[in-house]
Design a protein around this ligand. Sequence first.
Ligand code: AMP
Length: 292
Amino acid sequence: MTQTAQPHLARTVADLRRQTAVWRRDGRTLAMVPTMGALHAGHLDLVRLARQKADHVAVSIFVNPRQFAPHEDLDRYPRDEAGDVAKLAGAGCDLVWAPTPAVMYPDGFATRIEPAGAAEGLETDFRPHFFGGVTTVVAKLLLQVGPDFAIFGEKDYQQLCVVRQLVRDLDIPTAIVGAPTTREADGLALSSRNAYLSPAERKQAPALAKAIRAVAARVAKDGVGAIASATSEAKAALTAAGFGKIDYVEVRDAETLRVPVAGSDAPGSKRPLRVLAAAWLGKTRLIDNVAV
Ligand code: AMP
């Protein structure tokens, strides 16, 4: 049954902790979904998964300035807190954690997490500041909220791997749960940034999912030896479909994100693989990924 109770909206760490302390005292479990707001059906699928995992659900809404470079879209990133809270009320969220940047990073804030491992390459080659900002804010969010579970979308696959590594390395007592990517009927992965696309670009955008699915099918059939030709065909297809700069189309080990070595798909030693891509459509950068 859909719940429509208004979630509690917390704006200070003290208020947030007053709420979670009651649940903890009563032995209730808590699942959280970190977001940057501008919520779409993909975020709400994460909230539904959170509901299945725990007694209570918290959703954070925070557009984290530390994961944007000065030239990126921090100022124009879509924001709609009232609309988000209304959607969350309908999805059964109990608590919305919506700090301002000054609450998250008060004067004197001077600590930063520097992830390596899964954070190396791919996004980092193009957004070197990104995962340092993500891991710093995710560590803070998990320590502020103290959830038993935190749900992250496979849509941001490298981020999911980096967050798993973060909680493992820092012994943060939260189980990280990956959730499948929610897509439009034409295959385009839902994203708050899709709002930037013009109607013409929106028609071109599904070519990204199509291209990486073709890579996955080819590598599944012909093995890691086919990666180079499959990814260059995908890049050609993206260019033909109207994409501009292609940051990467890569096939990686699905757990470590390392480049698969020849023979790593031999019977008996087969490792799961993932196709990951990032490419520009006009002024909008789209990312997507699929399992092989
Ligand atoms: P964002 O607000 O874009 O930072 O995303 C918040 C969370 O929602 C992240 O864990 C994302 O991976 C996840 N997410 C975003 N888009 C989708 C989608 N289309 N399907 C599933 N999860 C998503």
